[in-house]
Design a protein around this ligand. Structure first.
Ligand code: PEP
Ligand code: MN
Length: 345
């Protein structure tokens, strides 16, 4: 439930509402807005009686949140949430943010080389897995801590920010030491202990849609992060499993406007995992930006055919240059622009 205060409500009136919520045994989340303050109630399971609040001075109205999730919903917060990153970069504002890099960090020369290449092309965030969730236990599992060190070096050398995956709750702190954004992968979208730990981390989280997750389930997983106090969340559409082997996944472009309507959180798109096929990545990247995606996550490898993971969906650097050119034009049509790399001296 949300208690919407009048425009003219005083601080004391807001404090009284907060007090009343706490007396009932719940937590109050006051949210000052441009027009008025709204006080959200969390901790209740089920509908509350709002009449106690409507009678209080300074209260305009009481709104019942109709969705199973609360804090992620547009009903809870009407304005878009913006995620703030070092160097003034934001996700969820006007700019479309490009994240690119290999599926896995494989070696120093690979990650440094590709970091320079994607930066040159227009990416502002470097992606690359150090800890890899692989379907087979015999597949390359990532370089682990060494991979994180290489990402740290690439960050220092290029000025690119870093997004990389934490596979388990223990990995969150380790990843947070290096990463600007902690990635939670599709296979872990409903790993609730991982979500709770990431919710307590003081770093933004990139939450990828599960392989067979509904949008409601994605938003409920994001709710776990918010419930633990982390409101720096970026959602990611990365395709869901379909019945047709023509593509690796079914890239759900519709999820982008659906999420934008239901939630104030930004959503980016990963057409690499979404399609699994190199030649489908750029068309779906265009579609995603046209649909309103706040950014893209693109796998780029210096030599895709020799990649240790996901080579078939990885772009060569020159193909990424062309993707960026096309996506810039589409962003412009929508009155947006692709975020520019910061100048590094
Ligand atoms: C990845 O980003 O490399 C990855 C493993 O993605 P997902 O969790 O979406 O499969
Ligand atoms: Mn991958």
């Amino acid at each position: 439930m949300l208690v919407v205060m009048q425009h003219s409500a005083s601080d004391a009136e807001i404090a009284r509402v907060v007090e009343a919520i706490e007396e009932m045994g719940y937590q109050a989340r006051p949210m000052p807005g441009r027009q008025r303050t709204t006080v959200g109630i969390v901790g209740n399971d089920g509908k509350l009686d709002g009449s106690r609040f409507t009678a209080m001075p300074g209260v305009l109205e009481v709104i019942h949140v109709t969705q199973p999730y609360k804090q992620v919903s547009r009903e809870w917060k009407a304005e878009n949430s913006v995620v703030h990153l070092p160097g003034g970069l934001t996700i969820g504002g006007e700019e479309v943010v490009l994240m690119a890099g290999p599926c896995s960090v494989e070696s120093e020369s690979q990650i440094l080389g590709v970091a320079h290449a994607v930066r040159e092309a227009g990416a502002v965030i470097l992606r690359g897995g150090a800890f890899k969730p692989r379907t087979s236990p015999y597949s390359f599992q990532g370089l682990g801590r060494k991979g994180l060190e290489l990402l740290r070096r690439a960050r220092q050398e290029t000025g690119l920010l870093v997004v990389t995956e934490a596979l388990d709750p223990e990995g969150v702190d380790l990843v947070a030491e290096v990463a600007d954004i902690i990635q939670i992968g599709a296979r872990n979208m409903q790993n609730f202990s991982l979500l709770k730990r990431a919710g307590r981390a003081k770093k933004p989280v990139l939450l990828k849609r599960g392989i067979a997750a509904t949008i409601t389930e994605l938003l409920l997983s994001a709710e776990y992060l918010l419930a633990e106090g982390n409101d720096q969340i970026v959602l990611c559409e990365r395709g869901v499993r379909g019945f047709d082997p023509a593509t690796r996944n079914v890239f759900d472009v519709t999820a982008i406007p659906v999420v934008h309507k239901l939630s104030h959180l930004p959503i980016i798109a990963d057409p690499s995992h979404g399609t699994g096929l190199r030649d489908k990545v750029t068309p779906m990247a265009r579609a995603a930006v046209a649909a309103g995606a706040d950014g893209l996550l693109i796998e780029v490898h210096p030599d895709p055919d020799r990649a240790l993971s996901d080579g078939a969906q990885s772009l060569a650097p020159a193909q990424f240059v062309e993707l960026v050119r096309q996506v810039r034009a589409i962003a412009e049509v929508l009155g947006r622009r692709v975020a520019e790399p910061a100048e590094v001296s």
